[in-house]
Design a protein around this ligand. Sequence first.
Ligand code: C2E
Ligand code: MG
Ligand code: MG
Ligand code: MG
Length: 291
Amino acid sequence: YRAKDARSGHHVYVSDDDTHGDDRLRTLEELRTALVSDELILHYQPKVDLATGDVHGVEALVRWNHPARGLLYPDAFLGLVEEAGLMPELTCLVLGQALDQAARWQEQGNPLTVSVNLSASSLKNADLPERIIAMVEARGLPPHALMLEITEEFLMADREKARAILGRLRGGGIRIAIDDFGTGYSSLAYLRDLPVDELKLDRSFVMPMSDDTRAAALVASTINLAHSLGLRMVAEGVEDAAAYDELVGYGCDHAQGYHLSRPVPAAELDLWLAERPLPAAAAQGAQVYEH
Ligand code: C2E
Ligand code: MG
Ligand code: MG
Ligand code: MG
């Protein structure tokens, strides 16, 4: 259903015959409206610590609550956002919402680190690091409340610029993750010299792991290499208990995926956090207290 939705969204804006030209204009107009209304919302997906079961961080993922078409996923509209040159506006809006939510969690005594995705086109924005740091400070948040997820595409587009921007962000205490790791052309040797905290192993490696020993071997050895370079590894696309257990066995640090939780609105995430069984470490502590 979702893929179909995404495809029809794509159809609207790539076509250039007259009828679709009108559609495209309308969609662009709708997008401009969405950027100044409350139609763009964030869902949050937890990252679970595989050693303890704790949740210290969540990823913010944008959705468009379209008045006529319902809830749209990023694949259906981020292409248009890029094409229309509106990515700086979207990034600013997403960062603002994500940091407001991080401040709410902080106030509630649950200081979660929020990860925000940064597109490769953000490299064009020369004062981006300073603006992001100012947004974090304006909310009284510590810099480690924010993590930015960039792709290998971001790194490879302009290595010097990428390195400079990451250096300034990291200098300000903001954390950096490499998203969809393994799908691009960057090598671990290149990453070794970059100011990066976390690698997110792409789900195309994680999902086939349980039925394919070669895929599993690739995942296990990538985790070891990352650790030997002092990087934390997060596995994306953890869809079942078998994958979860296998990753625990490989010493992977964190897991994210439908097996744990789909991306959900903040209120739903709060419920999920409150209702889930205590992580093993905390449960042990509680037992000691009772006896
Ligand atoms: P991503 O950053 O790699 O985010 C992970 C995607 O995988 C999300 O899709 C998430 O819903 C999906 N996912 C999570 N767990 C599972 C699982 O167990 N199985 C499977 N099959 N999928 C899983 P979503 O939300 O549709 O986002 C797609 C992409 O759109 C993101 O990929 C990211 O690149 C981009 N994106 C999302 N929000 C933003 C944003 O605010 N700004 C920018 N620039 N890009 C964004
Ligand atoms: Mg991401
Ligand atoms: Mg990813
Ligand atoms: Mg991805």
